[in-house]
Design a protein around this ligand. Structure first.
Ligand code: SF4
Length: 341
């Protein structure tokens, strides 16, 4: 491991100042991804700015507008078990419980989950080229071992996927990410927070280096998904594995007719994958297999597989239809027994 300095500010402004002053400094909270990256010599920060003593970031509060504001430091476990989340946004709770292990969820923070990096094998191996780790060196995953890689939105420079479960649900719930930097605070819609690789795969998000996440806000109106929702995750083993394909669905139903729909895919792209035009196909229609199949078709338009992951396209089609069926029936996927209903 390389040498680095360590500070522990108690105010948001002090953390931002430290970050602004050091272009190779890094924020650390739970450390569940960053410490691994440092051990593998993938990340080499000169300074760690530990934000875990900033009390302002550690609470869950309801805003005047009725939105639910989750501080960046709130551990994943606390979010998943908070009664305001389980009653109004059970989709988020379910997605968090589908990920990692209890120990990791206890340590991992909300902000850190958003900023975790891909689990592409080559990215973690400094002995291989990788455009995300070292721009311009190439992407060995395209011709190599690519079982966990992207089928949508990839580029010739990178076919990595974003590994989070929580972010897939946040995208379906149309969460807003609040950040602050030297020029003040701003709000980033979840759909714009993560980016596709294009020709700059080393940049995962639209967060600037000198900004930190302060909170994630869940809109009050999408508490309407609390009855008809599901988070369905397919993976190589039933726990402690990243998604091959996952689907977050929130529906607002009027009898058997869909009034509003939000669907996001995980494990298939460099960011949680949403297509509003696919969601629109459901609006005003009775829930049923034909329209679910049309939605799957639209979501997977342009999908491209590689030697080891082409199976994901058909798998995703089936998982989308199954997830929509579960959500419409008000029969969400259990993250305890894990049998697919
Ligand atoms: Fe690197 Fe992306 Fe290629 Fe993986 S897929 S080797 S992260 S450039």
């Amino acid at each position: 491991m390389n040498r680095f300095s360590y500070i522990r500010p108690e105010k948001i402004d002090d953390a931002v100042k430290a970050l602004t002053a050091d272009p190779t400094g890094k924020i650390i909270a739970g450390g569940t991804n960053l410490i691994d990256l440092m051990k593998y010599n993938v990340e080499r920060p000169t300074q760690l700015i530990d934000v875990t003593r900033i009390a302002d970031l550690a609470t869950i509060e309801e805003t005047e507008a009725g939105d639910l504001r989750i501080g960046a430091l709130v551990p994943n476990t606390d979010v998943a078990s908070d009664p305001r989340v389980t009653s109004r946004y059970p989709l988020l709770s379910s997605a968090i419980l589908a990920g990692a292990t209890p120990q990791l969820r206890n340590a991992a923070s909300t902000g850190g989950n958003l900023n975790q990096r891909t689990r592409c094998y080559y990215f973690y191996d400094p002995g291989t080229p990788c455009n995300k780790r070292k721009p311009g060196t190439g992407c060995p995953a395209i011709e190599g071992v690519n079982r966990i890689h992207a089928i949508l939105g990839q580029s010739e420079h990178c076919i990595a996927t974003h590994p989070s479960d929580m972010c897939v649900a946040l995208a379906a719930l149309e969460a807003v990410v609040h950040v602050t930097g030297p020029n003040g605070a701003r709000a980033i819609p979840m759909a714009d927070y993560h980016r596709l690789p294009g020709d700059r795969p080393e940049i995962d998000t639209t967060l600037a280096h000198d900004e930190i996440i302060t909170a994630v806000e869940l809109p009050a109106e999408n508490a309407a998904f609390a009855t008809n929702y599901t988070y369905l995750k397919l993976r190589d083993r039933l726990s402690y594995a990243f998604a091959l394909v996952s689907v977050a669905v929130g529906l607002e139903m009027d009898g058997g007719v869909v009034r509003k729909a939000r669907i996001t895919l995980g494990g298939v792209a460099h960011k949680p994958w949403r297509r509003p035009d696919a969601e629109d196909l459901l609006v005003g229609k009775p829930a049923g297999q034909d329209v679910f199949a049309a939605v799957a078709e639209r979501l997977l338009e342009g999908a491209k597989g590689y030697e080891h992951n082409a199976f994901k396209i058909e798998l995703a089609r089936k998982v989308i239809i199954r997830a929509l069926t579960q959500a419409a029936a008000g029969n969400p996927q259990s993250q305890v027994d894990k049998r697919i209903r």
